[in-house]
Design a protein around this ligand. Structure first.
Ligand code: GDP
Length: 365
């Protein structure tokens, strides 16, 4: 599960990526992540852990994390091999979702590659490169498939027809994510690793002045929000420069600085939460005296597979899950009180986990 950061040069990608790496998750908790220079791992903010920490009087609190990939090098003509061109496009094919940084700030000292600030033109420049790249991959695949169609392969015929449909859509300069697809078609499209089929979140990078004056939704931002809404994508407004400063601060100082700017939450935290949602992820929680912890699963995950996130032995020997909803637990004030009220449920192997379930798994060793 990871997010790729894209955007034209000079829009603030590196600044945002620096904020992400500086904010970085405590690496001790993620020993299995190979950290490469273009990968940033950040904790997913979760206020529920703070509450549970107090309730259980725990010493250790472990957030779940999300990975961001800095994908530099996308310029006009990338699909034809300009800049880092195809190498870049191969990287982006592997991410699960895309954060597209858009310049929404004026600053005469920062040159714009196309001479002026125009977020919609910028978005379309990038989107077009991605569409071209998808078309290229698609054409190659269609050439192969047509041979199977000719030999009478029924499945190939179905696949070819789906590809014809998405090709027509791409040729209208539209990303695949804006297409209505039947489940079976969508399943097949997933296997094609099309870039424009991935969910997108637009980050409107505004100036510090806009933040100070409370003008978060400047003219540029409004345009991006309209554009994003029309294709069912999300937006987050932030000032990457300010985020870079914030990310080096300890919690308390950070809160003070946010208050100075009249902000409740940092832009980075907003971005992380929105990305988590975009990826279709939820968290279940475990709580005890030793540690309180959030674990990431996909929406729709069943109890044994959720247990497998903790340890494969627990999935293998799964007997049942003892579950209480976070809100129920908190309203009772303690685990013992929640048990007394009968709010802990026993759930079996078909139970579909919910966000905020506080769980203890029973298993055979
Ligand atoms: P990248 O090419 O997209 O990675 O862009 P950078 O992060 O390197 O930023 C390009 C320039 O824009 C740098 O000089 C940054 O300091 C500046 N910049 C980035 N974010 C902001 C911002 O929020 N406000 C202003 N005024 N400048 C910014």
């Amino acid at each position: 599960m990871n997010v790729g950061i894209v955007g034209l040069p000079n829009v603030g990608k590196s600044t945002l990526f620096n904020a992400i790496t500086k904010a970085g998750a405590e690496s001790a908790n993620y020993p299995f992540c190979t950290i490469e220079p273009n990968v940033g791992v950040v904790s997913v903010p979760d206020e529920r852990l703070d509450v549970l920490e107090k309730m259980y009087n725990t010493k250790k609190k472990v957030y779940t994390a999300i990975e961001f990939y800095d994908i530099a090098g996308l310029v006009k003509g990338a699909s034809k091999g300009e800049g880092l061109g195809n190498k870049f496009l191969a990287n982006i094919r592997e991410v699960t979702s895309i954060v597209h940084v858009v310049r929404c700030f004026n600053d005469p000292n920062v040159v714009h590659v196309d001479g002026s600030v125009d977020p919609i033109r910028d978005i379309e420049t990038i989107n077009l490169e991605l569409i071209f790249s998808d078309l290229e991959v698609l054409d190659r695949r269609m050439d192969k498939t047509i041979r199977q169609v000719r030999s009478g392969d029924k499945r190939a015929k179905f696949e070819y027809e789906v590809m014809e449909k998405i090709k027509a859509h791409l040729e209208n300069n539209k990303p695949i994510r804006t297409m209505e697809l039947a489940d079976e078609e969508a399943e097949f499209v997933k296997s094609l690793f099309m870039i424009t089929a991935k969910p997108v979140l637009y980050v409107c990078n505004v100036s510090e002045d806009d933040i100070t004056s409370g003008n978060l939704e400047n003219e540029y931002v409004k345009k991006v929000q309209e554009y994003a809404a029309a294709e069912n994508s999300g937006t987050v407004v932030m000032c990457a420069k300010l985020e870079e400063d914030l990310s080096t601060l300890e919690d308390e100082e950070k809160q003070e600085m946010l208050a100075e700017y009249g902000l409740k939450e940092s832009g980075l935290d907003k971005l992380i939460k929105a990305s988590y949602k975009l990826l279709g992820l939820i968290s279940f929680l475990t709580a005890g005296v030793q540690e309180v912890r959030a674990w990431t699963i996909r929406k729709g995950t069943k109890a044994p597979q959720a247990a497998g996130k903790i340890h494969s032995d627990i999935e293998r020997g799964f007997i049942r899950a003892e579950v209480v909803g976070y809100d129920d637990l908190v309203s009772c004030g303690s685990e013992a009180a929640a048990k007394e009220k009968g709010l802990f449920r026993l759930e079996g192997k078909d139970y579909i986990m919910k966000d905020g379930d506080v769980v203890e798994f029973r298993f055979n060793v």
